[in-house]
Design a protein around this ligand. Structure first.
Ligand SMILES: NC(=O)c1ccc[n+]([C@@H]2O[C@H](COP(=O)([O-])OP(=O)(O)OC[C@H]3O[C@@H](n4cnc5c(N)ncnc54)[C@H](O)[C@@H]3O)[C@@H](O)[C@H]2O)c1
Length: 333
């Protein structure tokens, strides 16, 4: 029997590199990764598995329809995680790349699947599509009120994928992970920015008073949820939207203090700057549907995940030290 082939887009990024590592360790599947290596893509993220016999890496863009068609014809499952992923960049630098990669790139992949069917297409959407929580926790029926250009493009891709399930019967599963953190996350995001700032004895800048809180998901738990979505009974999950969350929130200012305490740095390093436009106040995800349909629950407590994250950044200074520039504006998801 030939082995299942899984295409994971954005493999040199934070979440996908963890998903690929998990797929290689926990399954027998062959893995193909397609990544354009934007500023956020780093081949170092795959260095330890790059020569694995079950991994093939393709340097290319999900907006390249010809290349995408060629690759899609060769795979059984697609996990589309390639994206412009930085909320603040979408606000400060414009939405164009976000629209073309996040929405059009998804459309190109979906159209390729219409031509060359696959067993399953897992779209990595985002909890940011919900906007500020109107209920606590937010379940999958929560209204979509994206508050940043990034979030709006994720909502566009999310609903586009759903429409291909309804219209063309494609085997779509939509996951909405909450805020991931963990090893190999680009230092522009809030947890690594806090950790690398603290390690550099520089201020940890918090937007507003830091009360904004999120449901923080350790990236290895997210990788397990994504693999569970590949393996769940298709009749149960086709066309479904599933939150990937812990059900617990932690505020940004608490994270800053925890990081400082873990590294033995003074709390006076926490500093506050103006609130960010498009800010989302509070996010807590419901966990019931993922437990029911995927048999998945997050396993890592926030303190344990943060300990592991801090240890990784401490041990891998070469990974971030060269590239990092000090940013004073800062809360991002
Ligand atoms: N990080 C989070 O907290 C979080 C939470 C929920 C959902 N998500 C979603 O998960 C996915 C992965 O997020 P991440 O934090 O790992 O992002 P990331 O920025 O670390 O990685 C994105 C990867 O996609 C690649 N890429 C960008 N544009 C591309 C294109 N046009 N073609 C091919 N590759 C391209 C980049 O080179 C990079 O390797 C994204 O879809 C994001 O929206 C992230």
């Amino acid at each position: 029997m030939t082995r299942k082939r899984v295409l994971v887009t954005g493999g040199a990024g934070f979440i996908s590199s963890n998903v690929i590592r998990h797929l290689l360790e926990a399954t027998e599947y062959d893995v193909v990764s397609l990544d354009a290596l934007t500023y956020a893509g780093n081949l170092e993220n795959l260095a330890d598995v790059m020569s694995h016999e079950r991994l093939a890496f393709v340097h290319g863009d999900i907006r390249n329809a010809e290349l995408v068609a060629e690759i899609v014809a060769e795979v059984d499952v697609i996990v589309n995680a390639a994206a412009e992923s930085h909320v603040e960049k979408s606000i400060l630098e414009g939405a164009s790349e976000f629209v073309t990669t996040n929405v059009e790139g998804t459309q190109i992949l979906l159209d390729a699947v219409r031509e060359a069917p696959v067993e399953r297409f897992v779209l990595i959407s985002s909890s940011e599509v919900y906007g500020t929580a109107e209920s606590d926790p937010m379940d999958e029926e929560h209204a979509l009120n994206p508050r940043s250009p990034y979030a709006a493009t994720k909502a566009g891709a999310d609903r586009l994928a759903y429409s291909y399930y309804v219209t063309y019967g494609l085997p779509i599963v939509i996951l909405r992970p909450f805020n991931n953190y963990g090893p190999r996350q680009h230092w522009e995001k809030v947890v690594p920015r806090f950790v690398t700032s603290a390690l550099s004895d520089e201020p940890l800048t918090v937007h507003g008073d830091g009360h904004a809180s999120r449901d923080w998901l350790y990236v290895e738990d997210d990788a397990e949820a994504i693999v569970a979505a590949i393996e769940a009974d298709l009749d149960l999950v086709a066309g479904e939207v599933i939150n990937v969350a812990t059900g617990i929130d932690v505020s940004v200012s608490d994270i800053a203090d925890l990081v400082l305490d873990m590294l033995g740095k003074p709390r006076s390093l926490r500093s506050h700057v103006e609130e960010r436009p498009g800010q989302v106040d509070r996010h807590i995800g419901s966990t019931d549907k993922a437990a029911e349909l995927l048999g998945w629950r997050a396993r890592t407590s926030f303190s344990e995940g943060l300990e592991r994250t801090v240890a990784w950044y401490r041990e891998n200074e070469a990974w971030w030290r060269g590239a990092r520039r000090q940013v004073t504006s800062g809360y991002s998801s």
